[in-house]
Design a protein around this ligand. Structure first.
Ligand code: GDP
Length: 296
């Protein structure tokens, strides 16, 4: 199911409940069942959806609500809160410190916006007083190093990469070591997003992670992938210890419902969203406005 459809189905279910002459158990169940179906068809995990349904029913106890209570509003608010909770995995992501060098590894499929997001993440922290550096460990895609170099130069961030070395783990370690010696406190490693075979991509990621021992692995995901979100996020999580998610291209048509699946699949929080091609098009993620947007 595409994201717009998921959003439409959730808002439709809420609207139908709000339009019902009487808000009774049936109206509430119809509404929740429709939301459940829509979320399940969007690959949000069954367990998560079930939990959401149970929680809403606990909050909205129709029998106990005295006459005069605005049941429609209470139900709508409960749905809103539960969707926000679905975006909160209950743990926060590792936050880099200025007192000790941190290594952050970016993973994600080619085209997801990984290289762009690496620079945005570096630039964001540079403005906060960190000393970031960028390492290109993508030896598969021709032009990957040039792209990172170009972005880094624009943001005046030191970078490292190679035109000749083909071992990404070797480059990654060299870059991390160099920038540790140069007293950088945030060393960001960009990895490859494509390979001849998917298995090789994941194996390479594992090797780079093993070699660099990152403090945080960030999974960059395109907001418009819709249905594929859960599976894709899960595949990455199974290969490396993803600790945070960044959803890119939130300025596009997608409303970003894939974030629900990505959080569920990785059990990690969304920390930022990308909202354009420029360095500054980057926002801290906040579940509430996000869900408001999701619900249109
Ligand atoms: P990578 O292959 O994952 O490293 O992806 P790139 O960083 O090369 O990005 C792929 C394309 O998506 C480029 O044209 C980027 O300018 C674009 N892009 C990345 N992030 C965003 C975003 O948040 N919004 C928009 N509109 N475009 C983005």
């Amino acid at each position: 199911m595409v994201l717009a459809e998921l959003c439409g189905r959730i808002t439709g279910a809420i609207q139908q409940m709000k339009n019902a002459t009487i808000v009774d158990e049936k109206a509430l169940n119809d509404c929740l069942n429709e939301i459940t179906r829509a979320l399940l068809q969007s690959d949000v995990s069954f367990h998560l959806v079930k939990e959401m349904q149970t929680n809403i029913k606990k909050i909205v106890n129709l029998e106990d609500l005295a006459v005069g209570h605005n049941k429609r509003r209470i139900i709508e608010q409960a749905i809103f809160c539960e969707l926000c909770k679905m975006l909160d995995p209950g743990k926060s992501a590792f936050a880099p410190k200025k007192t000790k060098p941190s290594v952050v590894l970016f993973v994600g499929l080619q085209g997801a916006g990984k290289t762009t997001t690496c620079t945005k993440y570096a630039y964001y922290h540079q403005k906060k007083g960190y000393k970031p550096a960028l390492v290109c460990a993508d030896t598969f895609r021709a032009g990957a190093f040039d792209q990172l170099k170009q972005n880094a130069t624009k943001a005046k961030i030191p970078f490292y990469g190679s035109y000749t070395e083909s071992d990404p783990a070797k480059i990654a370690v060299e870059g991390v070591d160099r920038f540790k010696k140069e007293n950088c406190d945030l060393i960001i490693v960009d990895t490859s997003g494509r390979h001849k075979q998917e298995a090789s991509l994941f194996e390479e990621m594992r090797q780079v992670a093993e070699a660099t021992k990152p403090d945080l692995v960030i999974f960059a995901m395109d907001s418009s992938i819709g249905q594929a979100a859960f599976e894709q996020a899960q595949a990455f999580k199974q290969s490396v210890a993803v600790g945070a998610v960044i959803i890119t291209k939130m300025d596009g048509h997608a409303k970003g419902g894939g974030a629900l699946s990505a959080v569920a699949a990785t059990k990690s929080p969304v920390i930022f969203i990308g909202t354009g091609e420029h360095m500054d098009d980057f926002e801290i993620f906040d579940a509430k406005p996000f869900v408001s947007r999701l619900l249109g």
